[in-house]
Design a binder for this molecule. Structure first.
Ligand code: FAD
Length: 431
């Protein structure tokens, strides 16, 4: 057989999936992405995502972006708001700034999650094939073939068979105008499938059928609910509270946090045990809860807006997932939340997922993995197997450590930050 580019199928077009496909494409691989959601490219994220949800990107994530494309990191930094420290909001209304790095002025950066994802997808060149509205449904690891489900799933009609696997019928709509979901009638082959499909990864489930994978998941008792603090038009720049801080209203067993958005608003996230949430079962009880615990936030947002959000917004679970190994042969690999979900208190889930891509690249380089192969599609490549196994083995210890640190920071943020001595010790340690 002649030489051909290696074929990688990336399941999940979230930030980690997009960066993975871009980095392997840059190495000369043939890359394809399947994403179950619709195509966000070229759309106004303010319309596609009614709420502005943000996250903190740190030097770990920026370094990973730089390693694939230096201009990407600079573009994101231009869109981000630096947060140089945390602002503690006490119940009596006092605010206390705790600077993260008074010596070197390092900071974390608040960035819109939809914009980050959209820009990463827009940065992909046309050579990377992307199938949106396509959910990976199953994998046959004997032949390295994957199938997708969606309205655009490939359907080969009688008499239209092609042997290149590229023809596809449209899913169309049913009598009610809804998209019909159907599975590809023929599969897509790959050399390597990479699961960047998040915490409930399908690639991971399929990998666990063929490999002895140790897997654990544990939930914390807290739920998270996103709330919104609108811009204050009377203030310069529209920010009701300082925009260059991550704001925390710590209350020991629960807390509220706020990250700034470009439009002057803040995305607030309430972390509260499910058991407490169950007891706040009327609007009056919710009002009392907020007024007693977060009077300054209520004064800025307004009771009605806060309570409307609290009542209608979903309650999210927070889970830690550990997986070992995170690769199988030369055929499957897990990156991002698929291989390490962590609670968000360290602000490193995505940063760590982007870092996976940078670290993986270093293993492909050190094992001299060529972008081309002469093996038939689906045949095991012993050198790539060794490289992926080494990545998996070496990376797992770091992933476990950061998941653990994220859990520890849970107590730090909601409780320890209230002690000035604790903060002073951290500053002295950093010096
Ligand atoms: P995801 O973002 O989950 O993307 C997975 C993609 O795969 C999705 O687009 C999904 O549609 C697609 N998909 C799923 N299944 C399939 C399938 N079968 N077929 C095809 N496509 C599929 N991290 C930080 O670094 N900093 C923060 O400040 C931060 N804050 C957070 C706050 C909260 C409240 C939470 C819950 C998380 C936070 N995180 C933060 C973590 C961060 O959101 C995740 O780590 C990050 O989104 C993981 O990226 P990913 O690409 O691996 O997975």
């Amino acid at each position: 057989m002649g030489e051909r580019p290696r074929k990688v199928l990336v399941a999940g077009g979230g930030p980690v999936g997009a960066l993975t496909a871009l980095s392997l494409h840059r190495r000369g691989w043939e890359a394809e992405i399947w994403e179950s959601r619709e195509d966000p490219r070229g759309k106004d994220t303010r319309i596609t995502n009614l709420r502005s949800i943000n996250l903190a990107i740190s030097s770990r994530g920026l370094e990973a972006l730089r390693s694939v494309d230096p201009s990407l990191a600079e573009e994101f930094l231009g869109d981000a708001i630096p947060m140089k420290g945390r602002m503690i909001h006490h119940v009596d209304g006092k605010q206390e700034s705790q600077i993260y790095d008074p010596i070197h002025s390092q900071c974390i950066n608040s960035i819109s999650r939809p914009i980050l994802n959209q820009r990463l997808l827009e940065a992909l060149p046309d050579e990377i094939k992307i199938r949106f509205n396509t959910k990976l449904s199953r994998i046959d690891f004997r032949s390295n073939t994957a199938w997708g489900i969606g309205p655009d799933a490939k359907e080969v009609l009688p008499g239209q068979e092609h042997d290149d696997g590229k023809i596809g019928g449209q899913g169309g709509t049913d009598s009610k105008g809804k998209s019909k979901m159907k599975e590809d009638s023929e599969g897509t082959g790959f050399d390597l499938i990479i699961g960047c499909d998040g915490s409930w990864s399908k690639v991971r489930t399929e990998m666990m059928r063929v490999e002895r994978v140790d897997f654990s998941q544990s939930f914390i008792p807290h739920a998270y609910i996103e709330l919104h603090m609108p811009a204050d038009k009377a203030k310069a720049g529209g920010y009701a509270i300082d925009k260059n801080h991550l704001h925390i209203w710590p209350r020991h067993s629960f807390m509220l946090i706020g990250l700034p958005n470009k439009d002057g608003s803040f995305t607030l996230t309430l972390f509260l045990p499910f058991s407490s949430l169950d007891s706040i079962d009327t609007r009056d009880k919710a009002r009392t809860f907020f007024v007693e615990n977060f009077p300054t936030a209520v004064a800025i947002v307004g009771e009605d807006l806060l309570l409307d959000d609290f009542e209608k917004n979903p309650r999210g679970n927070l889970v830690t997932i550990n997986v070992s190994p995170i690769s199988w042969s030369s055929h499957a690999l897990l990156l991002g939340d698929a291989s390490h979900s962590m609670v968000p208190f360290y602000g490193q889930g995505l940063n760590c997922g982007l870092e996976d891509v940078r670290v993986l690249n270093s293993y492909l380089t050190s094992h001299d993995i060529s972008p081309t192969t002469t093996l038939p599609l689906g045949q095991t490549d012993p050198i790539l197997s060794v490289a992926l196994a080494a990545y998996s083995r070496d990376r797992e210890a770091d992933l476990r450590a950061i998941c653990e640190l994220a859990l520890q920071n849970y107590t730090e943020m909601r409780s320890h930050v209230l002690s000035p001595w604790h903060h002073l010790r951290r500053v002295l340690d950093a010096a």
